[in-house]
Design a protein around this ligand. Structure first.
Ligand SMILES: Cc1cc2nc3c(=O)[nH]c(=O)nc-3n(C[C@H](O)[C@H](O)[C@H](O)COP(=O)(O)OP(=O)(O)OC[C@H]3O[C@@H](n4cnc5c(N)ncnc54)[C@H](O)[C@@H]3O)c2cc1C
Length: 609
């Protein structure tokens, strides 16, 4: 049994932001919420916890209500099952459905013709790509399978790439004299990385060589191919998405044709390459390269990449608890433009904002603060998860404690603002922390929550991103007031430099990416919350993250409104060149008009959500 969290530790600071309305839910429209409200209507979750501890009748009611709401939503896979019968039936069904493909969160499920788990060599991959095209079968690669949308879906062959995992130093004899001189001058070392290798595994190898990746997102579980093909990014107005670390791609196109694709001034020495590689065509052309990394697997399957690494570095991270209103006026000049990484996490309901600034640590800073990252700053959030009510719910629902807390928030929505503030504060630290980059960037415990998210990137011209943020706050508050639906997390603003990759969310200009995570407790709930945000996305020219959740309205018409026409046309031309028969095509690519020989005029579809 976890210790009861003390009230003082969770007290939220007064804020000037909008007060949250509190009216009882309608007993007709929201019967479960009405019952819950009768149990406890205070805004402080500790009162709910106290009732659980002090009154056995109420504790029973609390748990039963969550379980009943959960079952009525038909959202969680396992229900209350004292005899174990339901579990047995589900397990049997799962055995029968072993060829069903499911992403990590289990919000995406499809049935490919078959799944290849055994691809471990280049020859196997080349043969498979040749066979797929010959037999007219679709084919798609999957990396770590984290994407929340339908980017991995196929009705043909699904190729698991986890056995394609390796990271080794590049053979310099392959490179041009110019690339070698450039590497020496800029202290760059190139590495060859197989496409299924996760960032966590790449980092392990690089650490042994005292090398590092230029930047990271908040998580390292993705494969390099999966992450870069969706334009995954960290934060830094001067740092492009992670795809920018790739300088050369070994692509296996349908038919088993092999290409080494690089920008026009590529690193590979063509003469040396051609004499050593008769089966691989070298293409050094920036127009082709700009379609070859962020591609959601539409040109073929990447076998490996050459990446840039820099000397290992430490970061100093400072954090401040402010409010959105105080951050907003000087956000760009004081946070984003002054620091290597600046990001802001905002509670849309209280206006509390956690500001993070990171820079390369100097020797003095390393000496002063040492390697100070610790999980201590996260313990407030941890003790909520350890509360007996949350643990008991997790047991009854057969879920992780994060999901149980999400269910509780769903039933008692009046605690959401307070819980989000607690989550923000759990990440705050008063003194700066210093550690190597791989210990600072990953956000840790927040990644352990079963959450889904949508992320939308906005142009920062004329404060467009600030207008979009303000609008999102207003929309989220309205939704909470009128429909009692809430975002169950803070949202974050990160900044990304321009990318040359046509499909990148930051193609052509630096952008601000706003991510809206929500605990994944109810499959029907989150699209309702995202609906007004998507409407706003179009109003403010927002581009949707390809590796997060995409709304049904994300189609060719949408793309043509938010991406410059030239880039999309250039991208489609490359699809036509590498995949003329549409072997890589899937439902999403068709919906986006990213198919071979697709008409230049995009298909106009119903934009309704
Ligand atoms: C906990 C968590 C934290 C996250 N944090 C961030 C973050 O900080 N910043 C951010 O921008 N995003 C973030 N994301 C989003 C995440 O980076 C993307 O969903 C990413 O695409 C997942 O990588 P994956 O290896 O799981 O890809 P998958 O889901 O396996 O695949 C994604 C796409 O890549 C294609 N693909 C995979 N392998 C190959 C290959 N060998 N050749 C060709 N195509 C291939 C697939 O066909 C698919 O189209 C996060 C997601 C999670 C779950």
């Amino acid at each position: 049994m976890g210790a009861r969290p003390s009230k003082a530790r969770y007290q939220t600071r007064n804020t000037t932001a909008v007060a949250v309305k509190q009216e009882p839910p309608s007993p007709v429209e929201h019967p479960y919420h009405y019952e819950a409200y009768k149990i406890c209507s205070s805004k402080d979750i500790l009162d709910l916890f106290k009732l659980y501890e002090e009154d056995p009748n109420i504790s029973k009611k609390q748990v039963l209500l969550v379980v009943a709401l959960d079952q009525s939503n038909n959202s969680i896979r396992r229900s209350f099952d004292p005899t174990g019968l339901i579990r047995k039936i589900i397990e049997e069904k799962e055995r029968q459905k072993k060829d069903i493909a499911q992403n990590h969160l289990q919000n995406v499920e499809f049935t490919p013709a078959f799944i290849r788990h055994d691809i471990a060599t280049l020859d196997q991959l080349v043969n498979l790509m040749a066979t797929a095209e010959k037999e007219g079968s679709h084919i798609k690669a999957v990396g770590s399978f984290y994407a929340f949308g339908n980017v991995c879906e196929t009705d043909g062959i699904l190729v698991k790439t986890d056995l394609l995992s390796q990271c080794t130093q590049t053979d310099l004899s392959r490179l041009t004299e110019h690339a070698k001189a450039d590497a020496e001058k800029n202290d760059i070392v190139y590495f060859e990385v197989l496409s299924g290798t996760t960032f966590a595994d790449i980092i392990k190898v690089l650490n042994k060589h005292n090398r590092a990746l230029i930047n990271l997102g908040g998580f390292t579980g993705q494969s390099i191919a999966g992450a870069t093909s969706t334009s995954t990014h960290g934060s830094g107005i001067n740092i492009p998405p992670l795809s920018s670390m790739i300088v050369s791609v070994h692509l296996i196109a349908p038919g088993g044709h092999q290409y080494r694709i690089e920008p026009s001034n590529g690193i590979t020495n063509p003469t040396a390459f051609r004499s050593a590689n008769t089966n691989v065509t070298l293409i050094q052309d920036s127009e082709v390269f700009s379609a070859s990394v962020v591609s959601i697997g539409s040109l073929g399957i990447s076998y490996s990449f050459t990446i840039i690494t820099i000397p290992i570095y430490s970061l100093i991270e400072t954090r401040e608890m402010l409010t959105w209103e105080t951050v907003k006026p000087t956000m760009m000049t004081e946070i984003v433009e002054k620091h290597r990484n600046g990001e802001i996490w905002v509670n849309p309901y209280t206006g509390e904002a956690l500001v993070t600034k990171r820079d390369i640590a100097t020797k003095e800073e390393i000496d002063k603060y040492g390697n100070t990252i610790s999980i201590q700053t996260r313990k407030d959030l941890g003790s909520f998860l350890e509360h007996p009510l949350v643990k008991s719910l997790a047991e009854q629902l057969g879920t992780a404690v994060g999901t149980a807390l999400g269910n509780l928030m769903h039933l008692f929505p009046h605690y959401i603002p307070q819980l989000i503030d607690t989550a923000l504060k759990s990440q705050y630290h008063k003194t700066p922390i210093v550690d190597t980059y791989d210990n600072i960037y990953p956000v840790g415990i927040v990644n352990d929550f079963p959450a889904i998210s949508i992320e939308i990137s906005y142009s920062i011209k004329d404060d467009n991103h600030i207008l979009a943020t303000e609008s999102a706050i207003k929309r989220l508050q309205q939704l909470r007031d009128t429909k009692k639906l809430s975002l169950t997390s803070f949202f974050s603003l990160r900044f990304v430099a321009a990318s040359d990759q046509y499909l990148s969310m930051s193609y052509g200009e630096p952008r601000c990416a706003i991510e809206f995570p929500i605990l994944y407790t109810d499959g029907h709930y989150f699209p309702e919350v995202y609906k007004p945000l998507i409407e706003d996305a179009l109003r403010f020219g927002g581009r949707v993250h390809l590796g997060q959740w995409q709304p049904p309205s994300f189609n060719s018409h949408y793309l043509s409104q938010v991406y410059p026409d030239g880039g999309l046309t250039a991208f489609r031309n490359q699809i036509t060149k590498f995949d003329p028969k549409g072997t890589m095509t899937n439902t999403l690519l068709r919906q986006l008009g990213l198919v071979p020989n697709s008409p230049l005029e995009p298909v106009v579809r119903d934009l309704a959500f």
